[in-house]
Write a protein that binds this ligand. Structure first.
Ligand SMILES: [Zn+2]
Length: 173
């Protein structure tokens, strides 16, 4: 298979990644280079249990930065499940066992429960290069936390809206 490289800036994060291009699914809006780089990160996690330990935060953070076309109800539920999982984890320290239930609960509810919060402009320019550069699982997990916190800090000023969104799904805290 031919390997291609992308210099197109990603419409969500604004970064041009020189990664293998992969077409993202409809639930994600990203350049093919960005999605290709993210898939490399996922492959690193799937092949190493110590990296996999933080997999859910990796996915929630990426999805909170790269929502797809929200006119699609499935995409809106998927986006809100990841965004609210990031919110509950970073704001309240909710662990992965409970977050799995929260994500499933949101996914099971129709999109009419949840509003669409458009991504903050400050999300532009936050890159996952440090995750690709990590040389071992400790570095990887530390890099995921720093990167996910950068993404969370962009959403953090909108905590009130996030609390309302969570309430719309019956997930008050
Ligand atoms: Zn991107």
């Amino acid at each position: 298979m031919a390997v291609t490289y992308s210099s197109e800036p990603c419409p969500r994060c604004g970064i041009s990644y020189s990664a293998v291009e992969i077409m993202p699914p409809t639930t994600v809006l990203a350049s093919q280079g960005c999605w290709g780089g993210f898939n490399q990160i996922l492959a690193n996690e799937y092949s190493d249990p110590a990296r996999m330990a933080i997999h859910h935060l990796t996915v929630d953070a990426y999805m909170a930065q790269h929502p797809g076309d929200i006119r699609d109800r499935f995409t809106l539920s998927a986006f809100n499940s990841h965004l609210l999982a990031l919110y509950f984890n970073r704001e309240f320290g909710v662990g992965q066992v409970e977050l799995r239930k929260i994500r499933a609960e949101i996914a099971a509810k129709s999109a009419q429960h949840g509003a669409w919060l458009s991504p903050p402009a400050s999300l532009l320019g936050i890159s996952f290069e440090s995750l690709l550069a990590a040389e071992n699982s400790d570095e990887h997990r530390a890099a995921v936390v720093v990167w996910a916190d950068c993404i969370w800090h962009c959403w953090e000023p909108r905590k009130m809206e996030l609390a309302k969104l969570a309430a719309a799904y019956g997930l008050e805290r």
